[in-house]
Write a protein that binds this ligand. Structure first.
Ligand code: NAP
Length: 299
């Protein structure tokens, strides 16, 4: 029988599988809040591992995933979503009996699909997604307060041991996050509209500007404060991470994109037919949403 995980959100040994923006922020936040006796770090490239070592992010470092998960009570996958399956396979049977396996991926159904079948029976899979980030990547980009006051959504698959879920919830709460529990598919639908579609729009609009004649491109950069600047910030996000998000949340993103395209056509029609009252009514409604975001302290 597997050992019961600790439910107080503190662990003897935590393995961070990937040490980019999110992995390194976790390392810093865990130190700040004293959530682990030992932080073991895996990353794919020696160069990134050396940076993590120079920054003093962990207690041990390796490019061998099986080596890093051995003896870990909590293992957190912090790599692009498309890399999870291969990485979990590389860990093989090295996971400790009773260990909690979690992640930080921006999509959740695909994580359960990819990591779940590879894991031995004696571990607990509790996926999580911190709704916090920046457009920067790599171990230098992280900071200890990234998750403070931000939501983290936990999506345990049906049948997950309650104690394992509680441990992950407490872990994030102790780093200052607000935690919600959700079914993975519901998470993917919600995030498709709140995060994935806005990124897709930003990438597309900046791409459209890039395709314009050289002279217009220069003007675009010069006068970018007029709204375009915010899109360029979002569209500077990591290409591999976002490629994986769209490919692994295909259904929900295409559904939201369909709805958005219909609404865009409606707005196009309002402009064409001079329906100012309808435009104004829409813009009033969207202003309410912004006020709601500010009130919820998520601005
Ligand atoms: P990042 O800064 O680009 O770091 C990525 C890490 O994954 C690095 O350690 C990198 O290793 C490793 N990696 C990349 N490709 C790999 C592969 N094919 N196999 C094994 N390792 C690989 O990424 P991040 O922003 O921390 O994102 C990590 C996860 O957090 C993603 O799943 C993302 O969906 C999720 N997330 C991101 C944000 C955000 O705003 N960025 C917010 C919430 C959740 P090397 O450097 O050694 O190659």
């Amino acid at each position: 029988m597997s050992k019961e995980p600790e439910a107080d959100g503190r662990f003897s040994r935590v393995a961070l599988m990937g040490i980019g923006l999110i992995g390194s922020s976790l390392a810093r936040a865990m130190r700040k809040h004293n959530l682990a006796d030992h932080i073991a770090i895996y990353t794919r490239r020696e160069e990134t591992l050396n940076t993590a070592r120079e920054l003093g992010l962990g207690d041990s470092y390796s490019t061998d995933p099986a080596d890093v998960v051995t003896d870990a009570d909590l293992v957190i996958f912090c790599v692009p979503v498309g890399a999870n399956a291969a990485l979990a396979t590389q860990c093989g049977s090295a996971f400790k009996a009773g260990a909690i396996i979690s992640d930080v991926g921006s999509v959740k159904k695909a994580v359960i699909r990819d990591i779940g079948p590879v894991l031995p029976d004696r571990v607990h899979l509790v996926p999580a997604h911190p709704i916090a980030g920046t457009e920067y990547s790599g171990p230098e980009a992280g900071f200890a307060t990234l998750f403070q006051g931000r939501w983290c959504i936990v999506t345990p698959p049906p049948g997950t041991q309650e104690q394992a879920t509680r441990s992950v919830v407490r872990f994030w709460e102790r780093m200052g996050s607000m935690v919600a529990e959700m079914e993975a598919g519901h998470h993917d639908a919600v995030l498709a509209i709140t995060s994935h579609l806005p990124h897709l729009i930003a990438y597309t609009i900046v791409g459209t500007a890039t395709d314009l004649e050289t002279s217009i491109q220069q003007e675009v950069i010069k006068y970018s404060a007029g709204g375009f600047r915010d899109f360029t910030r979002i569209a500077a996000s990591d290409p591999v991470m976002w490629r994986d998000v769209f490919l692994n949340n295909k259904e929900a993103v295409l559904e939201m994109l369909g709805r958005f395209s219909e609404d865009l056509s409606a707005v196009q029609r309002m402009i064409r037919w001079g329906e100012g009252d309808k435009l104004e009514e829409l813009f009033h409604r969207t202003g309410e949403i912004r006020r709601g975001v500010i009130e919820a302290k998520q601005a």
